[in-house]
Design a protein around this ligand. Structure first.
Ligand code: GTP
Ligand code: MG
Length: 331
């Protein structure tokens, strides 16, 4: 693989930026859509508190972390004191409540890895998944959103990478490829590694935000409005960053030994994490550390077949970025 490695980037790389930015602009959700989502959550919450007065609904995932494209499904977390009642029981009850209102396709998936209730709101056409007490996801949603506010290139890069991954079929965890969340972590890590750096490492800075959820301490610097100029010393264009991103994952990442970690702003060795061999279903063929659940490898879903698919897709993308006359279309 290293023989194929290129060192020189095409000379016209910066001129590709406008075509990528126009794709980015076409994917951004309208303000109106955000408002509709908020109204839906409020009306669902009204139904929920009738049954459980102290329960709350909050948004997480891409509709709240600023990496959501328009018309995406929304992820909702029901925060509730369970005292004795099991999650499947709560979800079944929740599904009954929602069913009796004007909501469609209500289904309780109580046996899923993350048990949820699915529904569709006919008045807005919005589909949503409601899970219970997935509070770590709410916190990692905030972390991603905070990173996105530091430098606009993160959101642009991640939108295009997610769009590429969805259109190439490599954003399907049930088929052994990576989640959207994993791709965003890869983008953050990549921008932390640029020289000069485009993003800082918020978890290595003075903690201004502190919460403990499910026994995990989540600490980081969240006053991101003070970091607006952080990336200003680096003027790399989106065209160039995409080229570098795909070149990195195609030809330069050390799959055998390295774990990427946005928590530390760098790399950790697989040996240090004891991620050197398969344990149960976790194979650790591409290692992406969760910023808070540090024992959690977001690459765990990748198996010996899908790693090949994934790496071939990175190589295809890198080659298109280098040689194709019109990469934003071909990608
Ligand atoms: P799209 O729906 O594809 O636009 O992206 P998304 O960010 O909403 O991804 P997804 O619906 O797969 O996941 C929703 C949220 O759940 C993510 O944004 C994360 O906050 C969280 N999440 C997803 N997978 C994991 C995981 O493996 N570990 C943890 N801790 N959180 C996860
Ligand atoms: Mg989602």
């Amino acid at each position: 693989r290293n023989q194929k490695r290129r060192l020189e980037c095409r000379p016209d790389i910066d001129s590709l930026t406008p075509s990528f930015l126009s794709i980015y602009n076409s994917l951004i959700p309208a303000e109106e859509e955000k408002a509709k989502q908020k109204r839906l959550i409020l009306s669902l919450e009204k139904l929920v508190v009738k049954e459980w007065p102290d329960a709350r609904l909050c948004l997480y995932g891409s509709c709240a972390n600023s990496f959501g494209v328009s018309n995406c499904d929304i992820d909702v977390c029901l925060a509730i004191e369970c005292d004795g009642t099991s999650k499947p029981e709560i979800l079944t009850k929740l599904a009954d409540i929602l069913q009796s209102e004007n909501l469609q396709n209500v289904q309780a998936l109580t046996h899923a890895r993350v048990p949820i209730v699915k529904l569709m709101d006919p008045s807005t056409g919005i589909s949503c998944d409601i899970c219970i007490n997935n509070l770590l996801a709410v916190v990692n949603t905030k972390l991603l959103k905070d990173y996105a506010q530091i430098d606009g290139r993160l959101r642009q890069l991640a939108f295009i990478v997610k769009h590429w991954a969805k259109s190439r079929g490599v954003n399907e965890t049930y088929r052994g490829t990576l989640s959207s969340y994993a791709y965003v972590l890869m983008c953050i890590h990549f921008l932390q590694q640029r020289r000069p750096a485009i993003l800082p490492c918020l978890q290595e800075m003075e903690a201004t935000y502190k919460v403990t959820v499910d026994e995990v301490e989540c600490l980081y610097f969240d006053q991101v409005e003070k970091l607006k100029n952080f990336g200003a010393h680096n003027n790399e264009s989106i065209g160039r960053l995409l080229w570098e991103f795909f070149d990195y994952w195609a030809y330069r990442h050390d799959y055998a030994n390295a774990v990427i970690s946005i928590r530390t702003g760098g790399f950790i060795s697989k040996r240090e994490k004891d991620w050197t061999r398969r344990i149960g279903n976790d194979r650790h063929l591409i290692c992406i550390e969760d910023p808070f659940e540090v024992s959690h490898d977001l690459g765990r879903v990748v198996d010996k077949y899908s790693i090949k698919v994934l790496r071939e897709e990175f190589e295809r993308a890198a080659d298109i970025m280098q040689y194709d006359p019109n990469p934003s279309v071909t990608l």
